[in-house]
Design a protein around this ligand. Structure first.
Ligand code: NAD
Length: 351
């Protein structure tokens, strides 16, 4: 066994079906009695349901969460927190809503109960990205790690199939980069393999039967496993490229991860042969990069940057930004090869 350092993160995880009904008990366990419920505008009904379940322990809902956690939205939500004297933040939704909960926690130290309804994994990380004047900055602090995560499989059944597939690919990306991370450790690697396996098994079933309980349960377990990987160890080229494309070119988060992943894996393949064999085994294929491309393509997900809104003329600038600050990657970052990677991803070439 290679030497390693592993920092376990403190967090209470409740997983199952209809676990949402435990929300009031969880608030009580935290010693709180004034929960403010957050959601996006699209999930306002789910937020109202949570608020109703909390009854007298709810101070209301804020339904203004949007992608990339803009400071302006956080400031609006902070005003409501002050006005209502909320003592706990409850987020129901995907990474956008959980991002807002984290931003409030960063400013107020209030505890968070989060109820994830996508597979992005933010709930399991001490990472927060915020946008101010169009610039997204990310920081890592335990202040934003949610105290309680309630995974309720039933809530994920309404996640539209296209978002389900791209969100699942987003989760798989966390696990793959964890396996070849410079901080890789045996516990997280085991979780990474299980997460990839569960999501790869679930995708084809959900694609045909979105309400399949066993597959939705597998996918949500996979999301927790992969999110835990993201929270525990450092990421590399794949996440750096997606951050660049999302932050500087406004490409959609989960779709960008889906398109880039096969190409990032192909880029690192020669430097990580052992890891890629583990990834391929977990996916049930013979080649990891091709298997990931096929998993997306066969289930209706985008495979090119072109189709998700990138301009060919932006590739050179994206390469420049992605290569500007040095960071660890199993294969050295070479501008020409990164240009090649992004060109292949732009045109949706199978690796
Ligand atoms: P999202 O939260 O923006 O959700 C996508 C859309 O799906 C939204 O309109 C939402 O209302 C809707 N939706 C979510 N769950 C639903 C459900 N069950 N049924 C019906 N509709 C549903 O997307 P996301 O991909 O989960 O999150 C992306 C954001 O999260 C990005 O800003 C990204 O940077 C951030 N993120 C952060 C971390 C972290 O560790 N800090 C990790 C992953 C993602």
């Amino acid at each position: 066994m290679k030497p390693f350092v592993y920092n376990a993160l403190p967090s209470r995880v409740i997983f199952g079906s209809n676990t949402l009904y435990q929300i009031k008990d969880e608030l009580r366990l935290l010693g709180k009695n004034r929960g403010l419920v957050l959601s996006t505008a699209g999930q306002h009904k789910a937020a109202s349901q949570v608020s109703n379940l909390l009854g007298e322990f709810s101070v209301g809902c804020f339904n203004g969460a949007v992608m990339h956690t803009p400071i302006t939205v956080t400031n609006d939500a902070l005003k409501i927190v002050m006005e209502t004297k909320a003592d706990c933040i409850i987020a129901i939704g995907g990474g956008s809503t959980i991002g807002l909960a984290k931003a409030i926690a960063l400013n107020t130290n209030l505890p968070q109960i989060v109820i994830p309804t996508t597979y992005a994994g933010s709930e399991a990380t001490p990472i927060i990205g915020q946008t101010e004047n169009g610039v997204k900055t990310t920081q890592r602090t335990l202040k934003v790690l949610p105290e309680v995560i309630i995974y309720d499989v039933e809530l994920t059944k309404t996640l539209p199939v296209p978002i389900t597939i791209t969100s699942a690919m987003n989760a798989i990306a966390h696990a793959i980069e964890a396996l070849y991370s410079k901080d890789a450790n045996p516990f997280i690697s085991m979780l990474a393999e299980q997460g990839i396996e569960a999501l790869a098994r679930a995708i084809p079933i959900i694609y045909h039967s979105p309400l399949d309980s066993a597959a939705r349960s597998d996918a949500l377990f996979g999301a927790w496993a992969c999110g835990t990987c993201l929270g525990a160890v450092g990421m590399s080229i794949h996440h750096k490229l997606c951050h660049t494309l999302g932050g500087s070119f406004s490409l959609p988060h989960a779709e960008t991860h889906t398109v880039i992943l096969p190409h990032a894996v192909a880029y690192n393949e020669s430097a990580t042969t052992e890891v890629m064999a583990r990834v391929a085994k977990a996916l049930g294929v013979s080649n990891a990069a091709q298997g990931l491309y096929d998993l997306a393509a066969q289930h209706g997900a985008p495979t090119s940057l072109k189709e998700i809104g990138m301009n060919a003329s932006d590739i050179s600038l994206a390469v420049e930004i992605a290569c500007a600050s040095p960071y660890w990657n199993p294969r050295p970052i070479e501008a020409k090869a990164i240009h090649n990677l992004l060109s292949n991803a732009f045109y949706g070439k199978r690796p």
